[in-house]
Design a protein around this ligand. Sequence first.
Ligand code: NI
Length: 253
Amino acid sequence: MRLFDTHAHLLDRRFDGDRQALIEALPGLGVVGVIECGTSVDSSRKAAALAARAGYIYAAAGIHPHDAAEAPGDYIQQIEAIASRQKVVAIGEIGLDYHYDFSPRDVQKKVLEDQLALAEKLKLPVALHMREATQDMLAILQEHKGLRGVLHCFSGSAETALQCVDMGFCISFTGTVTFDGARKTIEAVQAVPLQSIMAETDCPYLAPEPKRGERNDPANVRYVLEKLALIKGVSFDEMCGINIQNAKGLYAI
Ligand code: NI
């Protein structure tokens, strides 16, 4: 097995008890790559440090929309400094979340746009979080043509997925595609061409069936890949290879 988890949060406190043991065990479970995504200045710095000491782990640095209101005044300078470190391969996770609205929407937009400009300046791809914010996100991305990246944990429609693909973005799916009632997500998978599709866990959240409800970890990306393979009508091994190829292409690994 060759499993690449394109979006993880191994620094989440739910891994505090066994993080190092898990990081050492994952290669034995077939995991060949993980993108550890920061959500704040502090977690981005830690993600870069984690990537520096584990060969198969890479990092993304960015301010999550939930954390946008709490970002320090000089966050762009701090994220830029972190992003210049080795094995930091993207700006993320950044975006808009109008489901929880933990930060005011105007603040979310400002922090997103500042970080998109930073990604353009550094010529890095972006890992985007988009929840119930399709219109604003698409409008903002239209202003940043040429930017590359991924819509992570995609929960939108097939039509929205294709609009993002047309703008040059990849679409990444989590364990939600394995859940009962995932019809809309399955339609999005059907619509996205193989060269634009990726798999992730978003661990510790969203454990796929048959692990639903448990703490998630990068090895469980196999269940997401199995479901994607089934929907796309390719073998599991092919799907693993496509995911790796797309992740390495996007993140220049
Ligand atoms: Ni995430």
